[in-house]
Design a protein around this ligand. Sequence first.
Ligand SMILES: *Cc1c(COP(=O)(O)O)cnc(C)c1O
Length: 468
Amino acid sequence: MLLVESRNSNNKVDFKEAILHPSAKEGGLYTPLKLPKFNGLKYANLSYKDFALELIKSFEFGYEELFKKALQSYENFDDKQSPIFLRKIEDKLFINELYHGPTRAFKDMALQPFGVLLNEFSKDKKVLIICATSGDTGPATLKSFENSKNIKVVCMYPQGGTSAIQALQMRALDKGNLRIFAIKGDFDDAQNTLKNLLAKTEFKEKLDKLGYELCAANSVNFGRILFQIIYHYYATLQVGKGSKLDIIIPSGNFGNALGAYYAKKMGANISRIKIASNANNVLSELFTKGEYDLRGKSLKKTISPAMDILISSNVERLFFDKFGDKRTKELMNLLKNEKYFCLKKEELEALKEEFDADFCDDDLCMKFIKQSKVLIDPHTATCFKLVDKNQMSIITSTAEWTKFTPSMMKALYNKECENEKEDLLKIAKAYNFELKKELLELFHFESKASKTYEISSIENEILEWIKQ
Ligand SMILES: *Cc1c(COP(=O)(O)O)cnc(C)c1O
């Protein structure tokens, strides 16, 4: 199967090309023209990895041996048998824990196998990946390319803008083919620096002279989306045994939720997909009012930073599937030029047939954390507002609480966090939670001096580092 551009489906590429060069001609995203049907029930008794391989095969991309190898990366997760853990917390409510990978956030679910694919596809050249992170993508990207021969990774994060654990996860990986920069500025500054570098011809020419090609492993890459379909389908089968249920998803860039939508289209027995946002509630407005309105909006900092997003890139793929390429292009242009669009009545109705959406502010989020019998992180907590107790549901849990100790202290004890390590240990003890030893070992890196970089110096720093 080929993938087509969401803004002009005449632009077609194969899977490998979509992975290596994810930016399409007209600014759209590579997407399947039509999702394949997959009879998951037939494979429900298989292990996660075997089920995943069957689902991927239904796309007919080829590369079967490579996918097998990629899926073996799930052996780096807590339980070698399955990367996901389904926890029953109420009669009709399950949590799908997707954070049992090496960096304790669901980003590992896609980036671990994706790293294997990109390593193979770039084996004849040298590649530089640059990423900007607000906390979870950075560690997961660094980890998935640790020890890669032909790939170097640069990761920028805002100094003081991530939790201490997230910064330590990155500092622990700052060696060999991996390099991190704590920058002066916020996440938007990091993101803009990345965008400017990706668009700068002069920079790319300099890299080219050094033998490197620039690549982005960002969340719109279809190679990441593919692995985000599987866990929704698999969990639906394990919990529902063939009967319908709702899936609730804490959403930012809409990659995770898109995976659930694709699973549903392929045949998973999902009744409703429920989109949870934080105070940056562009998605809940889209799905309830049919409006995408960025006018006069600025990003609000919340306790769920991975969802602090105003331009949610992957809704474009949903529009393509529902409304076709012309309308998608029209909507995306309106958003870019007018910072606003409004769906037609029938378009909104088409979305409402499958989606619900709501948002939680930080106070409500902390209330849900405190009420919960099991420890949930501030992103996952946004889902609880959307639970319908009469309906079998799965909450998609995207990060381990341990990455967000200061917010957890506030939510659980109404106290400011003074020492992250001590408070982490304190919460773990109170809830009888077994901390990973790798997590505690991170605090060794606390003493290592860390430098903060001016944004204007990043380009040169990268080039100097590449030369070494
Ligand atoms: C990335 C992330 C999200 C948002 O996922 P999207 O696919 O961008 O919607 C939610 N929670 C956590 C913890 C994340 O790291």
